[in-house]
Design a binder for this molecule. Sequence first.
Ligand SMILES: [Zn+2]
Length: 171
Amino acid sequence: MIQPFRPLREDFTLMRCGLYMTELLDAATRDREPVPELFALLRQGLEQLTETSTPDTLLRLFELQLLMLIGYTPQLFACVRCARDLADYETAFSPAMGGLVCRSCMTNKQQAVTLSPQTLAYLRQGVMSGAESVPLLPDDAEVCQEIETVLHQHLTARLGRELKSYAFLHL
Ligand SMILES: [Zn+2]
């Protein structure tokens, strides 16, 4: 018998990643018309998980693709509030507002996080490629963590809830 997702059941790390992807899809489709592309995305993500040696890269790719499909691409090139073009040094990202915020639009309420240039470059590249392929994560654990955190904050702000499986990703 063919068991396409067998490695997921045998490898605990991969299984946790698969659960996270599944919960993300569930949260993204709740209260919305089901988008067929989302289910194709999940199937592809689970298949790729069984073959990858870098599950983190795949998770970031999955998150970006999902955000684009549901119309929540993070705004990384202009101020999310006043639409002013942002130069590279503007790196304040507001998960609540869904993108970069310029200094004049920034108020205390919009708890923004400051992105490192590497994180901003990575996210911009992912968004510009249409998330068809996301660059490999940088060889820097701190930057990888920052990319993960900001994407996660953006996702939970857009979806309106925390994901239970997220806490298990780093056990
Ligand atoms: Zn602005």
